[in-house]
Design a protein around this ligand. Structure first.
Ligand code: CMC
Length: 424
């Protein structure tokens, strides 16, 4: 709390309402509006455009400058010098691990990679052609049935074990979704492989053919996991916090996060973006699609463009574009037609008055789809991979909330329905 105060004068009220102001480490000050309800008023902020719903020390975004910090460290430096599991440790525990702590953490994750054999039976209940995100919602929620009675939310060690189990098992479940859709047998995790290589191996090896993990691909996969690991109070993280605020089982809360992520305005944008690039198909059609995106009578939007918080280039998009260059060069596909369409589209939009005026820049999902496709991952799995990456962010936020005294999340409303009336 600062000494600064805000005073709200309302027509008909004799006295101004005094509101306290809090300052974070960095970022805008926050006006505490909680006294308003005692005076008979609520604030109204659909989409939470100006509302901080919690206090958090995990991730900071300066959308105007295009800055993303995890526990204070810039994403560009983390992507360059760290790796996904180290970032998981940092997000959850709040500090970088020492060499011993890192080794112990990696071993813990490896120890938890297998899922209970019963889980494999759930899959048979799903249609083979079901969207893998639909299956993920179900099987991740089902994990609550294995870890409920023995999870004490007030115990930090239990919460850390929950987080480790989730980080370890989510790639296994994601790969099982893919294998199920292909009609191929599930591949067990291989604990001799690093996190990203193990995921690629579970996706692409079969009992009849080994899959040799290309180190450039493994690095690209690890980068994708890192770039999607956390993004402060986005829709899915806020969903996990809201579900968790009631004391619900954490695996069920993560399943809630997966549902919120699925939509094309959020995590589903990577799938929608690749579908869009395929629909455009050729550089010659870019102008037509830019015109459609600007037409208010056309619901079409440029997928992978724009962000609620970034009003500058998404720093993750810059790293992703570099990764895209590396992967395509490794494959000898630098002239990939979709990459060319993406490049031309980006340039056309960035030079267009509509996108300049609305500060719409490419976001992380603009290039991630091209990388994932180059790794051989089908489009329908893109958002699942986002969910794998974001699990650490979700559970770190859940842990931060649960470890402090907190109230159940309970927004208010502006009621516009009928006033009280009698039945005829
Ligand atoms: N193409 C065309 N116009 C756009 C776009 C776009 N991609 N994004 C925003 N606009 C326009 C929008 O029509 C509106 O115009 P006006 O003021 O004339 O009504 C203005 O820009 C502001 O947009 P908004 O929808 O009010 O902004 P928002 O903060 O509510 O939505 C967004 C943010 C990300 C949902 C939106 O930019 C969008 O739909 N982008 C495409 C989907 C996408 O790429 N999502 C991934 C986000 S990054 C990954 C993640 O964190 O989930």
């Amino acid at each position: 709390m600062t000494d600064k105060k805000a005073y709200l004068s309302i027509d008909g009220l004799d006295e101004k309402i005094e509101l306290k102001i809090s300052s974070g480490t960095i970022g805008p000050d926050v006006i505490d509006v909680s006294p308003l309800s005692a005076n008979g008023y609520f604030t109204y902020d659909p989409g939470f455009v100006s509302t901080a719903a919690c206090e958090s020390g995990i991730t900071y975004i300066d959308g105007g400058k295009g800055v993303l910090l995890h526990r204070g460290y810039p994403i560009e430096q983390l992507a360059d010098k760290s790796d996904y599991l180290e970032l998981c440790y940092l997000l959850f525990y709040g500090k970088l691990p020492t060499a011993e702590e890192k080794a112990e953490y990696v071993e813990t994750i490896q120890r938890h990679t297998m899922v209970h054999e019963q889980v494999s039976h759930f899959f048979n209940g799903f249609r083979r052609d079901a969207h893998p995100m639909a299956i993920m919602c179900g099987v991740v929620g089902a994990m609550a049935s294995f870890y409920h009675e023995n999870t004490d939310l007030t115990c930090p060690e239990d919460r850390a074990t929950t987080a480790a189990r989730l980080v370890a098992k989510i790639p296994t479940l994601a790969a099982m979704c893919y294998k199920y859709s292909k009609g191929q047998p599930f591949v067990f995790p291989n604990n001799d492989l690093d996190y990203a290589s193990n995921f690629l191996n579970m996706m692409f090896s079969t009992p009849c053919s080994d899959y040799e993990v290309n180190p450039v691909f493994a690095k690209a996969m690890d980068r994708i996991f890192m770039l999607h690991a956390d993004h402060e109070q986005n829709a899915s993280t806020s969903t996990v916090r809201l579900a968790g605020s009631s004391g619900a089982n954490p695996y069920a809360c993560i399943a809630a996060g997966i549902t919120a992520l699925w939509g094309p305005a959020h995590g589903g944008a990577n799938e929608a973006c690749l579908n869009m690039l395929e629909e455009i198909g050729d550089e010659s059609r870019v102008d037509e699609f830019v015109a459609r995106a600007k037409d208010k009578n056309d619901p079409f939007r440029l997928m992978g463009f724009g962000h609620r918080v970034y009003k500058n280039r998404d720093p993750r998009a810059t790293v992703m574009q570099k990764t895209c260059d590396e992967v395509l060069a490794q494959l000898g596909r630098s002239d990939d037609p979709l990459f060319k369409v993406a490049r031309k589209l980006e340039k056309a939009a960035l030079e267009d008055e509509y996108f300049i005026e609305k500060k719409l820049y490419p976001n992380v999902d603009f290039y991630s789809g091209i990388v994932l496709r180059a790794l051989g991952i089908p489009t329908s799995m893109f958002t699942v991979i986002f969910a794998v990456s974001r699990t650490i962010g979700w559970i770190s936020h859940w842990n931060e909330m649960v470890s402090e005294p907190h109230r159940i999340g309970r927004p208010r409303q502006l009621y516009t329905g009928s006033a009280e009336r009698d039945l005829p």
